[in-house]
Design a protein around this ligand. Structure first.
Ligand SMILES: Cc1cc2nc3c(=O)[nH]c(=O)nc-3n(C[C@H](O)[C@H](O)[C@H](O)COP(=O)(O)OP(=O)(O)OC[C@H]3O[C@@H](n4cnc5c(N)ncnc54)[C@H](O)[C@@H]3O)c2cc1C
Length: 408
């Protein structure tokens, strides 16, 4: 997609390029380029650099520390970050709980939580899913029962990303009487992770990474003042959050950059008939992925413009999530196809970095296997692809699934 930039926008782009060239630490950039996992301290270091620049929370309202950037400026920022291999911001504080706090929290909560989120002084995690409540989130069973000035929270949350690093967890919990039906009984609580009664147990994913955890709450006392908004309105608040979360999951700029790397690697990969780019099957798949990515970029742009006009991303964000996931997984698959047999040695990143011999596969494919396996998760977190299709059907197309099934 080609955008004709104004003089001011070109100056902004130059400013962003200069900033990224001078401020992005080279060791963090190298890790991103090699597809290696970043440590907590890498993320915090980069987010604090953004904070110092005033660019940590580009989507927040200006009064709380946002940037007041136009849709074009946000587009330029995302594109330049991807080209410069800057890490994506960890979303749980800045992009997920913060919009709920500044939209539905009281003044005391805004003052207490937003500055530390903005400065990345605290690390947050998201406590929604439970062993029997993932897609059907409203059936969650973790209870919060009032006792004096406290809620006593009991239950199990699962798949919680980066809970091992978190200072706070934002949770959907079941409040009110047991008779209150599903959505109307959910409340939104902010809970310190060092509260007595919380246990965090690692869940290791198939790429060997420790990102997810089970978090068990045993009679954890949480001050009532840590509830956001009204009791029983947690579902409404969390829907806003999920729309923001999904709108961020398209990863267009990152996919565009990876696609360019894929093309370079395909040009460098020789076959019996020229390079892999000359292989009609491979180049047809690559072209289809590129076309989908371009269409996605237009859709993302429409969402950015809507957000610039202070409109909630809405259920259309499901389209971004589902297509963005499909495109990034197609790119993973094409990298695997390109690397062929050489993708099999599942080298740990530290050893790969120390390797001094001749590289027999393009450098872009060193971490192909890790990325391929790790990125399978994208079809699940933030709501599975099937659930996104249901949302698009019902809330975007206005199609009643129950009526179609004859259940009405
Ligand atoms: C890597 C990773 C990180 C995550 N991080 C977090 C986190 O930080 N915090 C958090 O709260 N959660 C997190 N999750 C959980 C995530 O939100 C859930 O995995 C997701 O909502 C799906 O729930 P489930 O795993 O229980 O699957 P289920 O709901 O049991 O679904 C199983 C399968 O059935 C399909 N299915 C279910 N219902 C329907 C339906 N009505 N129509 C069609 N198909 C259906 C689903 O699409 C899926 O394929 C994470 C998950 C992953 C994989």
């Amino acid at each position: 997609m080609k955008i004709n930039l104004t003089v001011e926008e070109k100056a902004f782009e130059a400013n962003v390029k200069d900033f990224l060239a001078s401020e992005l630490p080279s060791n963090i950039k190298q890790k991103v380029l090699q597809g290696r996992a970043l440590k907590k301290e890498d993320h915090v270091r980069w987010q604090k650099i953004l904070y110092e620049q005033g660019w940590a929370a580009i989507d927040w309202p200006y009064e709380y520390g946002g940037c007041q950037w136009s849709a074009i400026q946000k587009h330029i920022w995302a594109a330049q970050c991807a080209i410069s291999a800057a890490p994506e911001v960890i979303p749980f504080g800045l992009d997920m709980v913060a919009p709920v706090i500044y939209t539905y929290g009281n003044d005391a909560q805004k003052e207490r939580f937003l500055p530390d989120i903005l400065a990345s002084n605290v690390w947050w995690c998201q406590g929604y899913s439970e062993p029997e409540a993932g897609s059907d989130l409203a059936s969650l069973k973790t209870t919060a029962v009032i006792d004096g000035d406290y809620y006593i929270v009991t239950g199990v949350k699962t798949w919680i990303t980066y809970a091992q690093h978190a200072d706070w967890i934002f949770c959907l919990v079941r409040t009110g009487s047991p008779q209150t039906v599903n959505n109307d009984a959910l409340s939104f609580l902010l809970i310190p992770m060092d509260s007595p009664g919380i246990t965090v147990t690692p869940i290791i994913s198939m790429d060997g990474a420790h990102e997810m955890n089970e978090v068990v709450f045993e009679n954890v006392g949480v001050p009532i003042e840590n509830r956001i908004g009204e009791e029983g309105k947690g579902w409404t608040y969390s829907k806003t959050l999920l729309n923001h979360e999904r709108a961020k999951l398209a990863h267009v700029a990152v996919s565009k950059n990876r696609l360019q790397e894929l093309k370079k690697a395909a040009h460098d990969t020789l076959t019996g008939h020229g390079s892999l780019m000359d292989d009609p099957r491979f180049s047809a798949k690559l072209a289809r992925t590129e076309i989908e990515l371009t269409a996605l970029e237009f859709t993302e742009f429409r969402t950015l413009i809507a957000e610039s006009n202070d409109t909630d991303p809405g259920p259309e964000s499901s389209i971004l999530k589902i297509v963005g996931t499909g495109v990034s997984q197609s790119i993973d698959e094409l990298f695997v196809e390109l690397a062929g047999l050489y993708v099999l040695p599942f080298i740990d990143p530290e050893s790969a970095e120390k390797f001094a011999g001749t590289q027999i596969i393009p450098k872009q494919t060193i971490n192909t296997a890790r990325l391929y396996f790790n990125n399978r998760k994208a079809s699940l977190f933030g709501g599975s692809s099937e659930i996104q299709k249901n949302i698009i059907c019902k809330d975007v197309l206005g199609f009643d699934l129950n009526e179609k099934r004859g259940e009405k």
